[in-house]
Ligand binder design. Structure first.
Ligand code: C2E
Ligand code: MG
Ligand code: MG
Length: 505
């Protein structure tokens, strides 16, 4: 029998008598007599348990998230790419079985789910980072309980999680799974002796219809998640072709917007803001409207993003600003008590270096004093390019304009950060108002925002007020002003004029 001469670094797992396990590394070589017969083997056996553990630890750290101990983004991608190889084979089999079926209409084989917690930022901002971390750990546990043998959960960072669902049977089964996860969020999370109701929004992309590689599937699940958020929190959304179609619509809209500017198809509508102390309209918000010759009224949520994407927002924004200022001045000339005009500004408009000069120019042109103009900006705008934006805002404020933060609570800024900004008003996002006061969670957030705004010497206004109970709640929590269908929808200029005139009587 041929005996092996040498064994180098041969690693084995060894059970010791006390049943504990150690790892050893052996180096052995044969010792022979002159005739070449093996006499014996000699060598060393080394206990490498500690270094083995350290290596495993390092590997674990590289592929796991240290806070929740869940697999991380790197490991997720790796699992997804392996699963895709298998899914691809499966797809070939399915296609061979029925060669008439196109890829587009095959049933899904694999799903990627993207989860983002709703209002996580608010927990972080109001309760502190330690509480935020604690919540993430609890969420990770809750999600882990929802998993099946074949599903794979990872934390992508922040409050984002992803789930890989291989070997998918049908679209219905992934919908049921998403529903089950949403249901699991219905009971509160306990953090620092408080019970928090936190929702999650889920976006789902399916292989092969929504993408055939890791990149596309992950990106599309992300896009779908944003759509889920748009539908209101605690929803799931499949990335279907409707979303792809939206993108195509954008391109068509670009040409439309250029034409519309030329053909004057845009209009400005006005929605009053009611001061809860005086009961009077003290501000009007200018909201753009597009009367498309074939499509009819196109809502701003459809054309503003397109205008931003195609760089048309600067022209459109100036057009709205000019008209709004002109209208406000016209009201003053008619002898109506002066009010402020609030105009929405997109982030893209703040990239125009001489923005302040241009606004001043328009004020001069329309003969409106700066104190009667208010700029509405979103939190994300301020967070993007903080220094330049803050400088610009300070410049605008020093000219007499006021600045308010729109859709407050949906973005990423903290109230304490607002202290650094020349802001005078926060507009509580309508999504918090919608279910206030029945939804205790929303009501608590709403009243907390009002209280904190007041602490920072800011005015608080609620958007999307539709019902009397909401108004009563806001009034009892000292909210300064309200805007919403309960008082008036956004209306054309002549109707807004009637609203203002009615106050004189
Ligand atoms: P926003 O600035 O947060 O405006 C408030 C939106 O809520 C308006 O939608 C308004 O019609 C709607 N709204 C007001 N009260 C209620 C209510 O009681 N219930 C409900 N369900 N909705 C209510 P709109 O006019 O469709 O505008 C949507 C968004 O488009 C605006 O949100 C703003 O971000 C953007 N936008 C509109 N005009 C302009 C503009 O001239 N420039 C820029 N950059 N963005 C604009
Ligand atoms: Mg606004
Ligand atoms: Mg808003």
């Amino acid at each position: 029998m041929e005996a092996q001469e040498d064994v180098k670094f041969f690693e084995s797992e060894v059970y010791r008598r006390d049943n504990s396990i150690i790892w050893t590394s052996e180096n052995v070589h044969a010792v022979r007599d002159k005739a070449g017969n093996i006499l014996y083997f000699e060598g060393t056996v080394e206990d490498i348990t500690a270094s083995k553990r350290a290596k495993a630890e390092i590997e674990h750290l590289a592929f796991h998230d240290s806070l929740t101990n869940l697999p991380n983004r790197v490991l997720f991608r790796d699992r997804l790419s392996t699963a895709l190889v298998k899914a691809h084979d499966q797809l070939q089999i399915d296609l061979n079985k029925n060669s008439l079926i196109e890829i587009k209409s095959t049933s899904p084989i694999l799903a990627v789910m993207f989860l983002d917690l709703d209002r996580f930022k608010l927990v972080n901002d109001t309760m502190g980072h330690a509480a935020g971390d604690r919540l993430l750990i609890e969420v990770a546990k809750r999600l882990t309980e929802c998993m099946f043998d074949s599903t794979f959960l990872a934390r992508m960072g922040g409050d984002e999680f992803m789930i890989l669902v291989p070997e998918l049977q049908s679209v219905e089964s992934i919908q049921q799974f998403a529903q089950m996860i949403l249901q699991s969020f219905e009971s509160p999370f306990f953090v620092e002796e408080m019970s928090l109701y936190i929702g999650t929004s889920i976006g789902i992309s399916l292989y092969p219809n929504d993408g055939q590689d890791e990149e596309t599937l992950m990106k599309n699940a992300d896009t779908a998640m944003f759509r889920a958020k748009e539908r209101g929190r605690n929803h799931y959304q499949l990335y279907n072709h409707a979303i792809g179609a939206k993108v195509k619509e954008y391109v068509a809209i670009e040409y439309g917007i250029r034409q519309a500017l030329e053909r004057s198809e845009f209009q400005v509508f006005y929605q009053p803001q009611i001061n809860l102390v005086t009961g009077e309209i003290d501000c009007m918000e200018a909201l753009a409207r597009w009367l498309h010759p074939e499509l009819g009224w196109v809502p701003p949520n459809q054309f503003i993003p397109a205008a931003e994407e195609h760089g048309l927002i600067v022209r459109l924004g100036e057009w709205v600003l000019r008209n709004a200022c002109k209208q406000n001045r016209a009201w003053q000339i008619q002898g109506l008590p002066p009010i402020r005009m609030a105009v929405n500004f997109s982030a893209k408009q703040f990239q125009v270096v001489d923005l302040c000069d241009r606004i001043m120019q328009i004020l001069v042109e329309t003969e409106l004093e700066a104190q009667y103009l208010e700029l509405e900006i979103t939190e994300s705008l301020v967070m993007q390019d903080q220094n330049t934006t803050i400088t610009m805002l300070k410049q605008l404020k020093s000219q007499g304009m006021s600045i308010s933060i729109d859709d407050f609570g949906t973005g990423y800024s903290s109230l304490s950060y607002l202290r650094l900004l020349p802001v005078s008003k926060v507009k509580i996002d309508a999504s918090f108002i919608r279910e206030t006061p029945q939804n205790q969670d929303d009501a608590a957030i709403t009243s907390a925002i009002i209280a904190m705004a007041h602490n920072l010497n800011l005015r608080a206004i609620a958007e999307g007020v539709e019902r009397k109970e909401q108004l009563e709640f806001l009034r009892s929590h000292d909210c300064d002003a309200v805007q919403g269908y309960l008082f008036s929808r956004p209306v054309p200029a002549h109707e807004a004029t009637l609203l203002l005139q009615a106050q004189l009587k």
